[in-house]
Design a protein around this ligand. Structure first.
Ligand SMILES: [Mg+2]
Ligand SMILES: [Zn+2]
Length: 195
């Protein structure tokens, strides 16, 4: 059985912006993302957002603004029949060299402690090599989506490593997960990468 599903935010749930999501208006969800969360929410496991938001550490927005963006996101998800059980944010500037900014696994470790999770039975869905690296560092199964800015790098990674599970978007991930027998996360991990 899977213990939890971790999700990256920018490029996985919503459109990534080079100038950061700084307001509710700038949070534009990717096509199918709400459907995907609705599907995933039928699984009896926590769904946990794991996101780097250096926009705070860079002094571009306040923590309160981020919280308002996340309240709005949760409301959208709830209105669509889904849930986000927790949101873990690294607010630090990259120069702070904290232990929580992905590719460090700190946020995953914190969530595991809070929710009593076995990280080897957790799935982390993200759109970037840093998500992949954080998942590897924490011992999670990584699933990658081609909705961010690193599609080419992810294609190359999947070519090198046949264990990498790469899907076009979060809806495809959700549909695929729903079709698996989720009795054993290793059964998920052993599926070949469908492209
Ligand atoms: Mg991302
Ligand atoms: Zn941090």
């Amino acid at each position: 059985m899977i213990d939890a599903i971790f999700l990256d935010r920018d490029g996985t749930l919503n459109v990534e912006r080079a100038d950061y999501v700084k307001s509710i208006d700038e949070l534009v969800l990717l096509p199918g993302a709400l459907d995907a969360l609705g599907m995933l929410s039928t699984l009896a496991v926590p769904i946990i957002l794991i996101t780097n938001q250096s926009v705070i550490g860079r002094g571009i927005i306040e923590r309160a603004t981020m919280d308002a963006i996340h309240d709005h996101l949760r409301a959208l998800v709830h209105a669509h029949g889904g849930r986000l059980d927790a949101i873990y944010v690294c607010p630090h500037h990259p120069d702070a060299h904290c232990q929580c900014r992905k590719p460090q696994p700190g946020l995953l470790l914190a969530a595991a402690a809070d929710f009593q999770l076995d990280l080897t039975r957790c799935i982390f869905v993200g759109d970037s090599l840093t998500d992949y690296a954080a998942a590897q560092a924490a011992g999670c199964q990584s699933i990658l989506v081609r909705t961010g800015r690193q599609m080419q790098q992810l294609d190359e990674l999947a070519d090198r490593d046949p264990r990498v599970i790469l899907k076009n978007d979060l809806r495809a991930v959700a549909a695929w997960l729903m079709a698996q027998k989720l009795t054993d996360v290793e059964g998920v991990a052993l599926q070949p990468a469908a492209r």
